[in-house]
Write a protein that binds this ligand. Sequence first.
Ligand SMILES: Nc1nc2c(c(=O)[nH]1)N[C@H]1C(S)=C(S)[C@@H](COP(=O)(O)OP(=O)(O)OC[C@H]3O[C@@H](n4cnc5c(N)ncnc54)[C@H](O)[C@@H]3O)O[C@H]1N2
Ligand code: MOO
Length: 391
Amino acid sequence: MMISVAEAFTHLEALIPCMEHETVPLRAAHGRVLAADVTAQRAQPPFDGSAMDGYAMRSADARPGATAKVIGESQAGSRFAGRVGAGEAVRIFTGAPVPEGTDRIVLQEDVDRDGDQITLRDSLDQGPHIRRKGIDFDIGSILTAPRVITPRLIGLLGAMNVAHVTVARRPVIGLIATGDELVMPGETPGPDQIVSSNSLALAALIEAAGAVPRILPIARDTRDSTIAALKLAQDCDMVVTIGGASVGDHDLVASSGKEIGLTLDFYKIAMRPGKPLMAGRLNNTPMLGLPGNPVSAMICAELFLIPLIHASLGLPFAPRDRQTAKLGAALPANGPREHYMRARLTGTTVSPMSNQDSSLLSILSEANALIVRPPHDPAQPAGAPVQIIGL
Ligand SMILES: Nc1nc2c(c(=O)[nH]1)N[C@H]1C(S)=C(S)[C@@H](COP(=O)(O)OP(=O)(O)OC[C@H]3O[C@@H](n4cnc5c(N)ncnc54)[C@H](O)[C@@H]3O)O[C@H]1N2
Ligand code: MOO
């Protein structure tokens, strides 16, 4: 019995690998998921600072035509130590601490200087061009987990002087391709063989999602070879098989796996492509069995494996985001399976690719979106709204 895509997603929640935490230097934290809240070790800026190059004065003195005596200099990294009184100014540069007694920076463009005397021009602006202490963040402010550590976040954490962060360990995903027809990428295929391109594509997808792929030896179409490969995967955080999922005489993943402790939560979903998807546990290790067709494998990985990886890292377990777009061409009625059609999104219009066969990698690589069609969706005219998932 086929279950729906939504039901499959619900089943998968119980299979999310549970990752422990580790501490890494901030420099190595890009792309990781923050696992514990972080406290700012300092305020930013740590003092009232100038936002411009100019002169620090009392705002009461900053009038067109006024004059002031320059009594010192404040530069970034080295402040003016004294106090500034009425009729006085301090030469100041962007990022420098604002001297005591001043509350306003006058731009150097608005000043004529003669020795240690300045005269303010008529073009004076409102100012004050001062960045108050802690305006960006205060000492002790909390950055909450979980969140993905982006380059922008690394900048923020660096400014907080947080040198190490606690992150979820990256799950190791064992990848097992199955089939006598496959050779490892880079080897020379025989006349009836093909390259296991799925292994490479899935490894890249897994890496991009924040996990560590481990490409295991190809399982040949025998019980012994399939069992041997599955056993190699048992110390991974999750095992992903490719192919051998359907009903053919040589589709051995489920039958061989069961001999060594594989229990399936589901097998077959009402989805196109991806019907023979299966999921369960190989003893304690979560297992996802992808169909072998290259497009089916990639789309199932996009829809199910990426959310599983994200959730294992501590992010919410959620289906891929969907948007609405306008159909660029009419579509016939859909069959009983939820159809994920390879498509090209241009602006707000999405057009299905001409051939939806689940073996076509060239079409998959040209696509930048999937149109999601519900089971039994009636025919749709061009211009109708449809749901899409970005690729
Ligand atoms: N009688 C039926 N036949 C099939 C059904 C069905 O319901 N009844 N379902 C079809 C559907 S839908 C799919 S999807 C495929 C999936 O089958 P498997 O998961 O068992 O995949 P394989 O048979 O092993 O391979 C299918 C196809 O993909 C190529 N392949 C496999 N692994 C790789 C790899 N690592 N890299 C690149 N290409 C790979 C393989 O050579 C085959 O061409 O079953 C249909 N059949
Ligand atoms: O469901 Mo299969 O994945 O279409 O080719």
